[in-house]
Write a protein that binds this ligand. Structure first.
Ligand code: IPM
Ligand code: MG
Length: 371
């Protein structure tokens, strides 16, 4: 089959990790007879530099026509340190989420056995952790009215949620829990916030439609602590935009590296796939960035296109690279490999799952036939 993929490499390490994900997709194409047709588009600091806009019209148009969007990262320190900047790279991503209606952000967090020693958390605490975080992505404080008073000494960010916004992601999260270990935890701050009380009311009212799912609730401060104390108690976590942003970065510690966390942002007509790490400017173009989160995002993209065995093949290749220690320096225990080499290994394994053990020596010295 043929698929149109919009590719937004973005800033910092975005381009180099995204091209490893494309290598994996191309290997899948060769192996399973698909064609991925890429159209590149600008977003973020590179788009501001080139066009003056963080999300150019042309990018939006390309994304709207695509079957799926593969995105790298955005952000540049020159904007982070300038509170007066009128246009920021992040606005591009937020606007894209809103324009495409990508209301449901899914962030899987797994403690891979091969990496368990890498986490700063104790092995017996994180072993077996397998969480799927469902973060609401187009509402809440991120998108409420923002105001600074005339004197410039008081600022406001409104937080609002409607029943409809809560219900649509609620259904997806309950359905996911049904496919997994049948537990859904709503994380909120219902002891303080009116929006959180609405979340509780709406999600509680939906629960009878999913009688096999056990629903429980946690305040976000407690959830932040429980994630570190006892992460394996969680199955699916459902939460609003800001809490989900914070908790998913925290949860990345469990896997041993933020360089492993993939994500999908889904709406009713569009879907975007991206690693959750940022643009990591210090590592740009050094061939040290971990491409696995981007490659795992490509696996989520394949699954979204109903290519289940293809998605599994990519995940198996990532599992193999972790098992063999063919990884970048952030997670390597002894010798580490560059971004490109890890990408080559993944593509090679997808094409020759049998041969790779034999070729491993060759890849090791950079002589694999496909490199
Ligand atoms: C994320 C990022 C974004 C967010 C930034 C870049 C706007 O941190 O995807 O988690 O806060 O949503
Ligand atoms: Mg974030």
């Amino acid at each position: 089959m043929q698929f149109q993929i919009a590719v937004i490499p973005g800033d910092g390490i975005g381009p180099e990790v995204t091209s490893q994900a494309q290598k994996a997709l191309d290997a899948i194409g060769d192996e399973y007879g698909h064609q991925f047709i890429y159209t590149e588009a600008l977003m973020g600091a590179c788009a501001i530099d080139a066009t003056g806009a963080a999300l150019p019209e042309a990018t939006l148009a390309i994304c709207k026509k695509a079957d799926a969007i593969l995105f790298g990262a955005i952000g540049d320190p020159k904007y982070d340190n300038d509170p007066n900047a009128q246009i920021r790279p992040e606005q591009g991503l937020l606007q894209l989420r809103k324009e495409l209606g990508l209301y449901c952000n899914i962030r899987p967090v797994k403690a891979f056995d091969a990496l368990i020693h890498n986490s700063p958390l104790k092995e017996h605490i994180i072993k077996g952790t397998d969480i799927s975080i469902f973060r609401e992505l187009t509402g809440g404080i991120y998108f409420g009215d923002k105001r600074l008073n005339q004197a410039g000494d008081q600022a406001f960010d409104d937080c609002s949620y409607s029943t409809t916004e809560i219900e649509r992601i609620g259904h997806l999260a309950f359905a996911e829990a049904q496919k997994r270990r049948k537990k859904l935890t709503l994380v909120d701050k219902a002891n303080v916030l009116e929006t959180s009380r609405l979340w509780r009311k709406v999600i509680t009212a939906m629960a009878p439609q999913y009688p096999d799912v056990h629903l429980d609730f946690l305040f976000v401060d407690n959830a932040a602590m429980q994630l570190i104390l006892n992460p394996s108690q969680f199955d699916v976590i459902l939460t609003e935009n800001l809490f989900g942003d914070i908790l998913s970065d925290e949860a990345s510690v469990i896997g041993g590296s933020i360089g492993l966390l993939a994500s999908a942002s889904i709406g009713s007509t569009h879907a975007l796939f991206e690693p959750i790490h940022g643009s990591f400017p210090q590592a740009t173009a050094k061939d040290i960035a971990n491409p696995l989160a981007s490659i795992l995002s490509a696996a989520m993209l394949l699954r979204h296109l109903s290519l289940e065995k293809e998605a599994q093949a990519v995940e198996d290749a990532v599992g193999k690279s972790l098992e063999l220690g063919f990884t970048t320096q952030d997670i390597a225990s002894s010798q580490s490999f560059g971004t490109n080499k890890v990408g080559d290994f993944i593509a090679d394994y997808i094409l020759n799952p049998e041969d790779t053990n034999r070729n491993f020596e060759n890849i090791f010295v950079g002589q694999s036939t496909i490199i």
